[in-house]
Ligand binder design. Sequence first.
Ligand code: OAD
Length: 260
Amino acid sequence: MNLQAPAEATALRAACQALRVALGRPGGLCVLTGAGMSAESGIATFRDALTGLWARFDPMLLASEAGYRDDPQRGWDWYAERRAGVRAAQPNAGHLALAAFARRHPGVLALVTQNVDDLHQRAGNADAIRLHGDILQDRWLDGCRHGPACHPDEAQPGRPPRCPRPGCGNLLRPGVVWFGEELPAQALDAARQAAERCAVMLVVGTSGAVWPAAGLAGLARRAGAAVILLNPHASEIDAEARLHLRGTAAGLLPALLDAL
Ligand code: OAD
C-alpha cells in the first residue's frame, strides 16, 4: 500500500492553489533552480551521494582559482568534458514546462538559476537570471597588462588556450563562478529583487548548501512569499518552506504548471 501518495497529491493541489495567487501579479512567481533541475537531462548534480560531481572530484582543485592556477590543463580538460556533456544534453520535461508557463503568462515568471548549463535558455526561457555564470563561455584568467584585452575568440589553441600577444600568455578559463568568487552583481541584484517581489517562490532541485543563492528562499519568505520546495530529498533550506513537493523536476513541474 502506498501511504505517501495521498499526502503528495494534497501537497500538489495546495501548490497549484498558491500558484494561482501568483498568476495575477507581474513577477508573482519566482523559480530558483539548482542542479537537480538538469539531472533528468543527464547532467550530474554536485552533492548527490555517489553520482554527484563533488563525491568524485575535489571542488578545491576543480572549482577554485587556486586549483586552476595549480594545474590549468587539468582544469581546462575537466571543464571541456563537462561542456561536451552540456552540449549533448537536451532540456527535460521540467525545463519545457517552465518555458511553456512563461509563454502562457508573460511577465509573471522570474526564473533564477544556479545552473551553468544552457538548458533553460534552450527550452525558451531566454531571460533566466544566471547566478553562477555560463560554462560554455570563456574568459581570461587575468586582467590584460598590455592594454585592452584580446577577445577570447582570438586565443591561441591549447589546453587552455592562451593570449596570442607576444610576452602575454594570459590563459582562458571557463565563465563559471568558482568558490571564493563574487557572483555577477547584476544577476544577484535581479535575483534578490525577484525574491522580494514574488508571491510564490518555487525552489527546484537545490541542496541549499551554497550561498548567497541559498539565501533567496529565506529572503522571499520574510518578504511574505509562500516558499515551495520541489526535491526528492531533504535540503538545507527545508525550514523556509510552506510546502514540500517530493519528486523530480521532470516528473512534477508539468503536473504543477501545465494546468495553469
Ligand atoms: P547540489 O548537487 O548541491 O544539489 C542538487 C539537489 O537536487 C539535491 O538536493 C538533490 O536532492 C536534488 N535532485 C536530484 N535529482 C533531482 C531531480 N531529478 N529533480 C529535482 N531535484 C533533484 O546542486 P546545487 O544546489 O545546484 O556551483 O549546488 C549549488 C552550487 O554548488 C552549484 O551551482 C555549483 C556547485 O558548486 C557552481 O557551478 C558555481
